[in-house]
Design a protein. Structure first.
Length: 147
């Protein structure tokens, strides 16, 4: 085998090895990827689907007059001012959680309800989670400081 074919063979082996390594890394990370949706995105993308098997995040504003406590369970609506999704959360809510505030909830979508395993609220008056702010800007309902 002359030098030209040896270089070609080594180059092909390196490319295949890098491709295989990339595929293995992506397969390992696949279970840890959590997709973010707004209520409008969730309803448009999954419409009639009653269940989403993967863990997802949903973000928006807590709808006014929608918070109901049932023992340890809290039920509220989250909106992006276009669509609304019912969220069910069992456990203590963050201190900054209240109506009209931006939140991000992580969990599963089952029977047209979002079953949250974690609820994250904004940490001060000027902060809005970037995903929520982008979604509100896209829907022309952003009322925060312009950037």
């Amino acid at each position: 085998m002359n030098a030209k074919y040896r270089r070609l063979f080594i180059t092909i082996i390196i490319i295949l090895t890098l491709g295989l390594a990339t595929k293995l890394i992506l397969m390992a990370l696949e279970d840890n990827i959590v997709y973010f949706y707004t209520p409008n995105d969730l309803i448009e993308k999954f419409g009639d689907t009653k269940n989403i098997q993967n863990k997802i995040r949903i973000g928006g504003l807590v709808l006014e007059s929608s918070i109901k406590k049932e023992g340890e369970k809290t039920i509220f609506m989250i909106t992006d001012r276009k669509k609304e999704v019912k969220v069910v959360f069992k456990g203590p809510l963050p201190d900054l959680f209240r109506e009209g505030q931006g939140i991000v909830a992580e969990g599963m979508f089952q029977n047209n309800n979002f079953i949250a395993s974690e609820v994250l609220a904004k940490h001060d008056e000027n902060y809005m989670p970037p995903e929520v702010a982008d979604a509100l800007k896209k829907n022309n309902v952003w009322k925060g400081a312009s950037d």
